[in-house]
Design a protein around this ligand. Structure first.
Ligand code: CTP
Length: 458
């Protein structure tokens, strides 16, 4: 006979409430030693819990403080539960009866017990009661397709209401609002649109219009989420970030990769030294827009302006700001259709970003370190899975964070959660990350302009 009976349970425990406490108390009463697995934020988000407001650290601290809890662990993947049963020699796995049947497979390792859930309270309910509804307006109607994708993904984010859109294209606007089940109000006057009760905007217009639309929205005191790049000319982004600070609003770049659970887990693993010291980051992103019915005017913005923010995100997040940059561009159409961008970083580390709209290549990424490397298969910017590989192939690991949809919901959830919590910066994409990423295309545009001027003078 074992001396002490070990009980284990798992949960998110966001905004710790009476329902959580009662369940934990009853779980402890089933034995002598209670282990609580608190779900990690990246794992939570990958399994669809997008709207959690407290960090893993904060939630762990709150559970640790409870007198009936003996040990707290962090749950990072679905397969962990079975491993924990063996590791901690668990006698009973207890969980609320909202999960009836879901964990029967664990009966193979331990005894599974479903406990009655407390009626009338949940974290979801508390979040809805404690946070205001955010009214967001859409700016731009692009090809319509992208607008709809954003709206579809936003449905997974709680406390967010989108029912207004601005576009200069009056006809397209009329057609869109007629068909849309969510957007009821179309505006072709930006000032009037900003004058409504919306508190935030999502901007997806032609790249050269971003700066002006962002500036006006910030001046009107609206939080801004804008597609990349936020600005095409020197000092514009710094000016916009300064303006956001002055107006006490949030300005966030819509680089969806930065908010994906797998991408954030990757950064965490690298930080923990999973491949030793990182020496080189290489990422490719190409897209043949001409095959997707995009107009010539779109491609004329150049591959670097359209696509470089993505590889620059990976390079900058891992290696920090670039110290000097070399461009190897191609394009006879008057704009670049391909650009191989090599950047040098602190400690001589090297970033290699490859973007193209006029040729197709493998969209993968490799991060090389002194002990091993990480491989992210194509499309790496929709990061779901990454491989950690070593000289000794037996040591290799796979990290898998599948997600539903096109990945936009994670970004929208972060944007809306920051507003709700009164935060003006995202840890996943800080203002200095945004400046570093933007610097690559600014330098390229500046050099092109100089080249153009000197050719003209010749
Ligand atoms: N729980 C409970 N009674 C409640 C709410 C939760 O017994 N009213 C239990 C759950 O069954 C689970 C544990 O508390 O065993 C952690 O649940 P969690 O999902 O973190 O809490 P919820 O409030 O259900 O969270 P959400 O609304 O985000 O789903």
């Amino acid at each position: 006979m074992k001396e002490k009976k070990t009980i284990i349970t798992y949960g998110t425990y966001d905004m710790l409430h009476e329902g959580h406490m009662r369940l934990l108390e009853r779980a402890k009463a089933l034995g002598d030693y209670l282990i609580v697995g608190v779900t990690d934020e990246n794992y939570d988000r990958s399994r669809g819990k997008l709207n959690v407001v407290e960090s893993t650290k904060k939630r762990v601290k709150a559970i640790e403080a409870l007198p009936f809890v003996d040990k707290v662990i962090v749950e990072t993947s679905k397969s962990q539960k079975a491993e924990d049963m063996v590791k901690y020699d668990v006698d009973i796995f207890a969980i609320g009866d909202d999960w009836v049947g879901a964990f029967d497979y664990l009966n193979e390792y331990t005894h599974v017990e479903y406990l009655a859930r407390t009626e009338g309270i949940s974290s979801t309910k508390l979040r809805a009661e404690n946070f205001d509804m955010i009214k967001l307006g859409m700016v731009g109607l692009g090809l319509g397709r992208d607008t709809q994708a954003f709206l579809d993904e936003a449905k997974f984010v709680s406390n967010l209401k989108i029912n207004r859109i601005f576009s200069r294209d009056f006809l397209a606007l009329k057609q869109f609002t007629k068909k849309s089940d969510t957007i009821k109000y179309g505006h072709d006057n930006y000032d009037e649109f900003l004058d409504t009760s919306i508190v935030a905007v999502y901007i997806d217009t032609a790249l050269e219009d971003h700066y002006m639309f962002i500036k006006k929205a910030l001046e009107a005191g609206k939080h801004v989420l804008c597609e990349n790049p936020l600005a095409l000319h020197k000092n514009e982004l710094k000016e916009l970030l300064g303006l956001a600070k002055k107006e006490k609003v949030l300005l966030l770049s819509a680089l969806k990769t930065a908010f994906l659970p797998a991408f954030n887990q990757l950064l965490k693993e690298l930080d923990d030294g999973v491949i030793g010291e990182v020496k080189e980051v290489r990422a490719t992103r190409t897209s043949l827009y001409k095959e997707k019915d995009y107009p010539e005017s779109f491609m004329a913005q150049g591959a670097t302006n359209i696509l470089s923010s993505y590889p620059s995100l990976l390079v900058n997040k891992i290696l920090g700001k670039s110290k000097n940059i070399t461009f190897f561009d191609q394009g006879d159409e008057g704009y670049d259709v391909s650009n191989l961008i090599i950047s040098k970083h602190k400690g001589g580390k090297v970033g290699v970003s490859h973007v193209a709209t006029g040729m197709k290549s493998e969209g993968d990424a490799v991060i090389s370190g002194t002990d091993g490397y990480v491989y992210i298969p194509s499309p790496w910017w929709l990061t779901k899975k990454f491989y950690v590989r070593f000289e000794d192939e037996h040591k290799s690991q796979i990290f898998n964070y599948e997600f539903d949809g096109c990945g936009l919901r994670y970004m929208i959830a972060e944007f809306s959660s920051l507003i709700q919590r009164g935060k003006r910066k995202s840890k996943m994409l800080t203002p200095s990350d945004m400046v570093g990423i933007n610097r690559v295309l600014l330098e390229y545009n500046e050099r092109k302009e100089k080249e153009f001027k000197s050719k003209k003078e010749d």
